[in-house]
Design a protein around this ligand. Structure first.
Ligand code: SF4
Ligand code: SF4
Length: 375
């Protein structure tokens, strides 16, 4: 049993082998798809705090609200409630999750309860915290450029080197699978192809986002959203998908399947299944819809009550017709949920790459040369 098991009043669920946890997550997805239509992935923003100042983000301004973060024991209770409601995968994000002192304990508590564990991180503290993250299955690590120009984009000197050290260390110490996440904006349009080459050279996968000036749901304005300064134009966005498709067809290690990328280039409509897969819980234990239009307070209610509510049903129905996301991951998740054969075939290939043998067997090509001069 890991030391953290049982924290938060929950029973110790030790003995969950990796195979059992993966099977549990897959089983909960199938149950959702065939029977319940309820989420199986708990996406938990574990803190409002962040130690970066990324130019394309304003979340770091919420750092003073860290005092509202759940305690270790409260996260334990949240995990117990989630497990009782049928959720079987745990995605930690923030802010920056690694700024929490108890982050390793949170991951271990989730694994001990049988959850698949995944985390989104800016990577700055990954090398230092790797020894505490032995129970982390997959790390999604932000990296927006292939040299120190990344420091300029992320607003934190030293970020690029920290990430390079961090991805090596977490794989070595914890055996965690790593996926780089590159956010393309007007600052790094030239990074699309080199970042895929960089990922291949380092033996990890890469997934892409684009900064979305078009997807602000009316909640932001040019005064408070950096998306207006750095977001892609419609033409740049169209070219973004075309270039990703070309990179994918070169056999570079993208998480995106060819089907998803091709459909973006063709401008095809699709059905968003996101709310049936993920439930998003903020650091103060409120559930938000994907567009932040409403919140449900889990401190006053329960997952069960939320999933049975008209609010949840309305969100599911609206999502099916939404089509607003330009994110490849949301479309990919939805295609997987809908069991599209070509998507599933593509995923088998991505899984083979993700779970291939450890670092020493990977051929290390030189990282891409050139690029922008760091500011
Ligand atoms: S690390 Fe994440 S939360 Fe922090 S400023 Fe950057 S994008 Fe925002
Ligand atoms: S496409 Fe789905 S995830 Fe994206 S905004 Fe619409 S409902 Fe939300």
């Amino acid at each position: 049993m890991t030391p953290a098991a049982g924290l938060g009043g929950g029973p110790p669920h030790d003995g969950h082998s990796n195979a059992l946890r993966y099977a549990g997550a897959l089983g909960s997805m199938v149950r959702s798809r065939l029977l319940s239509g309820r989420p199986f992935f708990l996406a938990h923003a574990v803190t409002f705090g962040c130690n970066s100042r990324c130019r394309t983000c304003s979340y770091w301004k919420l750092t003073p609200r860290m005092k509202e973060d759940l305690t270790t024991a409260e996260v334990g209770s949240l995990l117990d409630e989630a497990r009782a409601a049928g959720l079987r995968a745990y995605y930690l994000f923030g802010g920056e999750p690694l700024v929490r002192k108890d982050i390793g304990t949170l991951v271990s508590m989730a694994k001990a309860r049988g959850f698949l564990t995944t985390m989104n991180t800016n990577g700055s503290l990954l090398a230092a915290k790797a020894p505490t993250l032995r129970d982390l299955d997959v790390a999604f690590v932000s990296l927006d450029y292939f040299n120190e120009y990344d420091d300029f984009i992320r607003g934190r000197p030293g970020t690029f080197q920290e990430v390079v050290r961090g991805i090596d260390r977490i794989r070595e110490v914890a055996g965690t699978k790593v996926v780089l996440v590159t956010t393309i904006s007007s600052m790094n349009l030239d990074a699309i192809e080199p970042m895929a080459e960089f990922a291949q050279a380092h033996g990890v996968m890469v997934s892409y986002n684009a900064v979305e000036p078009t997807l602000d749901f009316g909640l932001t304005s040019s005064e408070n959203s950096p998306n207006f300064d750095y977001g892609l134009t419609h033409e740049q966005l169209a070219s973004f998908y075309e270039r990703l498709l070309a990179v994918k067809r070169r056999g570079l290690p993208l998480m995106e399947t060819e089907l998803v990328l091709r459909h973006f280039t063709e401008g095809r409509a699709w059905r968003c299944e996101f709310p049936k897969m993920f439930v998003y819980v903020a650091p103060d234990k409120k559930i938000y819809s994907c567009d932040y239009r409403y919140g449900y307070d889990l401190k006053q209610g329960s997952f069960e009550a939320y999933f049975a509510s008209p609010q949840f049903r309305a969100h599911v129905l609206e999502a099916e017709r939404c089509n607003r996301c330009i994110r490849t991951c949301v479309r990919g998740y939805s295609y997987s949920y809908d069991l599209l054969p070509r998507q599933l075939l593509g995923l088998v290939g991505e899984a083979r790459t993700l779970f291939r043998p450890p670092v020493e067997e990977i051929h290390r090509a030189p990282a891409p040369l050139g690029g922008r001069v760091p500011a």
